[in-house]
Design a protein around this ligand. Structure first.
Ligand SMILES: NC(=O)c1ccc[n+]([C@@H]2O[C@H](COP(=O)([O-])OP(=O)(O)OC[C@H]3O[C@@H](n4cnc5c(N)ncnc54)[C@H](O)[C@@H]3O)[C@@H](O)[C@H]2O)c1
Length: 316
């Protein structure tokens, strides 16, 4: 992985554009591919904004380069063969559809060199399900980021049935070199780890509103003014340890029985057009408070500040 100099980002929607900025910022030559025409001016503006976030986090120009210089290392492609022909590493971010990824991996691996390593950003699909018809499938693995990947440090790594297990540690070292905090999963599971955790919370967030317990606004306040603040510092395990003065076991003895009762009371939420309309209407009401606010910008600025705080507190 130390030999990686040129990267191809395949699919430059929300996630691909964010990865592109990170790779550029870290000094790689970056070729991007999308089957649809890429509006160069719009795309470069978006990348520049992401690079500016990274600069705000770092507070120093990367390797003495200014951000405009970094854009000189960017190449845009609409032809997959040209885009992947000579790259060392590919980060794939195509739409989350199994048949599309199966075909794409066949194509990518027939065009790129044998040594090229290929990571998928897929949020829920298993690598096993789209690597099997690829050429040299042992070099394909999951490198799942969290949105926006240029800022959030988490990357979930896992191999499919045909992935070379030795590759995963090398992949982890590569992402660490980019400043990421990778975790290597022992086995594939739908939705990986972080999305399953989020989905568990969303299930209850939707149920509470559907059952009329509280509004969408109340749910958001309950998180952002409550546990969400702690979660930016410590995860569920450390938070459980800190739940009382006597440590994890005592906390479980104390909280375990009522928590089990709450679990038993929770319903398995089912999506329907009716519930989607109800939840959307409440979300729209909530959004009225932010009419003149660029929420993406606010989120990314806030994330930069939280990441800086974690550094100051020596949590990273
Ligand atoms: N959005 C998120 O929060 C998030 C977070 C982590 C991972 N992911 C994963 O990243 C991937 C991309 O998600 P996104 O949100 O950026 O989607 P997106 O729709 O914003 O972008 C997908 C891009 O892929 C392009 N594309 C379409 N067909 C293609 C093909 N055959 N080959 C290559 N590119 C193609 C599209 O033109 C588009 O630019 C998905 O696998 C998704 O699960 C998404």
């Amino acid at each position: 992985m130390e030999d990686i100099k040129t990267v191809c980002v395949v699919g430059v929607g929300v996630i691909g554009a964010s990865w592109t900025a990170l790779f550029l910022y870290k000094g790689f030559k970056v070729k991007v591919y999308d089957p649809y025409p890429i509006d160069e001016e719009f795309f470069k503006k978006r990348i520049y904004a992401n690079l500016s976030d990274l600069l705000a986090l770092d507070q120093q120009e990367p390797n003495g380069y200014n951000l405009h210089d970094l854009l000189l290392n960017l190449e845009l492609h609409n032809n997959l063969k040209d885009a992947v022909a000579d790259v060392d590493f590919i980060q794939e971010n195509a739409p989350e559809r199994l048949e599309l990824k199966q075909k794409l991996y066949q194509e990518i691996t027939s065009y790129c060199p044998e040594k090229t390593l290929i990571a998928s950003s897929s949020s829920g699909l298993k690598v096993t399900d789209f690597q099997k018809d690829a050429t040299y499938p042992e070099r394909i693995f999951l490198g799942h980021p969290f949105n926006p990947p240029h800022l959030l440090p988490l990357v979930e790594i896992v191999g499919g049935n045909l992935t070379d297990p030795q590759l995963l540690k090398r992949a982890s070292a590569f992402y660490q070199r980019l400043g990421k905090h990778p975790i290597i999963l022992n086995k594939e599971v739908k939705g990986h780890v972080a999305n399953r955790l989020q989905a568990a919370l969303w299930r209850e967030a939707f149920s509470l509103v559907k059952d009329g317990v509280c509004s969408a606004e109340d749910v958001d306040i309950a998180i952002t003014s409550g546990p969400g603040l702690r979660w930016a510092l410590f995860g569920p395990y450390i938070n459980m340890e800190l739940a009382n003065q006597k440590g994890f076991k005592e906390a479980i003895h104390h909280l375990g029985p009522p928590m089990t009762e709450w679990w038993n009371d929770m319903q398995a939420f089912q999506h329907s057009e009716e519930t989607t309309e109800l939840l959307e209407a409440q979300t729209n009401e909530l959004l009225m408070q932010y009419q003149d606010v660029d929420l993406y910008q606010k989120r990314d600025k806030g994330l930069v500040d939280i990441l800086k705080l974690r550094q100051q507190l020596e949590l990273d």
